[in-house]
Design a protein around this ligand. Structure first.
Ligand SMILES: NC(=O)c1ccc[n+]([C@@H]2O[C@H](COP(=O)([O-])OP(=O)(O)OC[C@H]3O[C@@H](n4cnc5c(N)ncnc54)[C@H](OP(=O)(O)O)[C@@H]3O)[C@@H](O)[C@H]2O)c1
Length: 341
């Protein structure tokens, strides 16, 4: 029996329950492909699951939603021409027929289905797309989940157009850093927040118009002064918490706030009067459709966008990779490499 190395979570409650183990290499069934993974990436979802702070956790499980690799084998009914192709995996499974929202059977790759923090994975053939040549496997693996979520947030839901001003909160985050590169490529003026002055400086060096540190009590004033007189047309947030109500003050009348996370929890209060009087659209979003995924990859290819890769760890150094995300030290995506040729 062939085996592979995989990062397996047996119990929630802390990193000590993640183990690098030898497990059987899965076999592709009808309509599926076996992928030899070259690189994978971390998402905050993996951390929530390790902490036991995610809905319907089923264990044991191999975590990981982002992967890039080479198709090694195809199951019955799949075009054999896929074998040997370098691919990226779309982690959005079974979206359903309504483009406005996912159906009940929707799942994200990497719990309950075995994920990408492993040397091999089996996925439905429809979930793989060819890796753009200009991207390395590490860069490719940094894109899928965050790129998809960020693309839908910015464009499908947020309707961002060239020349508009967009505020991206918590720019060090994986999704935020991917949105940063996409929004700049689309010709938007991008302003950012971060809890780290060093990350703010890096964002400005990389093309941000400016930013403010959300730990500074004057961060809202700073952003208002910075963006006057045009103000902020769109805000994309995944932190939530009490800062969320300040976003209502910051956005232009008639503006949009799109959000897909609540890293800092729920806001204590929301000023409904201010929301309706300013005619603000509050729009929730999650991951994206197959169409969003293809459009996102097309945008990357069109502008030859390079995702911001924070740090690359070999799979055996997974505790350091996860710890870095636990600590919020990253700027961009944390990537694991499998070391298989
Ligand atoms: N619904 C969906 O489909 C979906 C998809 C992807 C992610 N998410 C959610 O979105 C969030 C981000 O995911 P990720 O993978 O990008 O996580 P990540 O890489 O761990 O990034 C989290 C970032 O949040 C920022 N942050 C923390 N507290 C903040 C605050 N009070 N105000 C502003 N920013 C704050 C930090 O930015 P700085 O380092 O710059 O301070 C941190 O780096 C998570 O809650 C995740 O579960 C949801």
């Amino acid at each position: 029996m062939h085996t592979m190395r995989a990062v397996v979570l047996h119990r929630t409650g802390g990193l000590k329950h993640l183990k690098l183990e030898e497990v059987p290499v899965p076999a592709p069934g009808a309509g599926e492909v076996l992928v030899r993974l070259k690189a994978a990436a971390l998402n905050h979802r993996d951390v929530w699951i390790v902490q036991g702070r995610y809905a319907n956790i089923q264990l044991p499980v191999i975590l990981g939603s982002d992967g890039a690799g080479i198709v090694e084998q195809v199951g019955p009914g799949v075009d054999a021409a896929l074998v040997g192709k370098a691919i990226l995996i779309n982690p959005s499974l079974n979206w359903g027929s309504n483009p406005r929202a996912q159906g009940k059977a929707y799942r994200i790759l990497g719990m309950p289905d075995p994920g990408t923090h492993a040397e091999y994975i089996v996925v439905p053939a429809g979930q793989v797309v060819e890796k753009p040549d200009y991207l390395s496997f590490e860069e490719g693996a940094a894109i899928p989940l965050g790129g998809l979520t960020g693309y839908r947030a910015l464009f499908t839901q947020g309707r961002l157009t060239a020349g508009e001003t967009v505020l991206l909160t918590g720019i060090g985050g994986g999704v935020a850093a991917l949105m940063f590169t996409m929004a700049l490529a689309a010709g938007a003026r991008v302003v950012v927040t971060s809890g780290s002055d060093e990350k703010l400086k890096r964002a400005v060096d990389a093309g941000a118009f400016g930013g403010a540190n959300y730990r500074d009590p004057n961060w809202v004033d700073t952003l208002q002064r910075l963006t006057a007189p045009r103000g902020i047309d769109l805000i994309v947030d995944s932190a939530g918490g009490d800062h969320f109500s300040s976003l209502i003050n910051l956005v232009n009348p008639g503006g949009r706030i799109v959000f897909f996370g609540a890293t800092a929890g729920n806001p204590q209060r929301l000023d409904l009067r201010r929301i309706f009087w300013k005619q603000i659209t509050l729009q929730g979003t999650t991951m994206g459709t197959e169409q969003d995924f293809y459009e996102m990859i097309r945008l990357f290819e069109l502008h030859q966008i390079k995702p911001l890769v924070d740090r690359i760890f070999p799979i055996e150094a997974y505790p350091s990779a996860y710890q870095r995300m636990f600590n919020g030290e990253q700027f961009g995506k944390i990537v694991l490499t499998m070391g298989n040729t």
